[in-house]
Design a protein around this ligand. Structure first.
Ligand SMILES: [Zn+2]
Length: 194
């Protein structure tokens, strides 16, 4: 993320860096820090995972950070306003939609979304009706169904390609969600087509 020239930036001094890594609440209001890799900005006291020093930009106020196109962290609420839960969960599901073949843990999602794992799990379920892991499994099984029909990859390779490298787990989960094992599902499809 590039920050345009006309936005007011402060220098990342040792003092500010220490305030950030020590979550120093007494520095709140004196500056805000943004993380270029996530596009989120925080108060110094934010309990989120410490960012890499080279990715930080320092702003004198929340408005300057917003003008530079950073969005307020949901956890420390640097503008005093809350991101609506629906919008927060939408961002998380967007992330999952694009990354479901990778390893995604609740902790990783919580880090990305700047929330606690517990709060994320509960809010996700309340808004989308399923838990994050159930949502991830739905996407994985749907992608596996397509691959079973459209490719002749082995069952274990298909499992791996949709993020389920543990083949027995993949088969169990597939059967639980579709009523068939992956091999049966493939066979049934080609019987029907004949
Ligand atoms: Zn924060």
């Amino acid at each position: 993320m590039r920050i345009s020239e006309d936005v007011e930036l402060l220098e990342l001094t040792e003092l500010k860096w220490h305030a950030i890594i020590q979550n120093d609440a007494t520095s709140d209001g004196t500056f805000f820090y943004a993380v270029k890799t996530t596009g989120i900005f925080c108060r110094p006291s934010c309990k989120s995972k410490p960012p890499n020093r080279e990715n930080i930009a320092i702003f004198p106020n929340a408005l300057a950070a917003e003008r530079a196109n950073f969005r307020a962290c949901k956890r420390c609420k640097p503008t005093g306003q809350r991101l609506p839960d629906e919008e927060w969960i939408k961002r998380i599901t967007d992330y999952i939609d694009n990354h479901f073949v990778d390893t995604i843990t609740l902790g990783k999602l919580a880090d990305i979304a700047h929330g606690s794992p517990f709060h994320l799990h509960r809010t996700f379920k309340r808004i989308s009706g399923v838990t994050p892991s159930a949502y991830i499994n739905q996407l994985r099984i749907a992608a596996a169904k397509t691959k079973l029909i459209e490719t002749d990859l082995t069952i274990s390779l298909i499992g791996e390609s949709v993020g389920m490298a543990n083949t027995p787990y993949f088969i169990t989960m597939f059967k639980k969600m579709t009523g068939y094992t992956p091999a049966q599902y493939r066979l049934n499809h080609f019987k029907e087509v004949k």
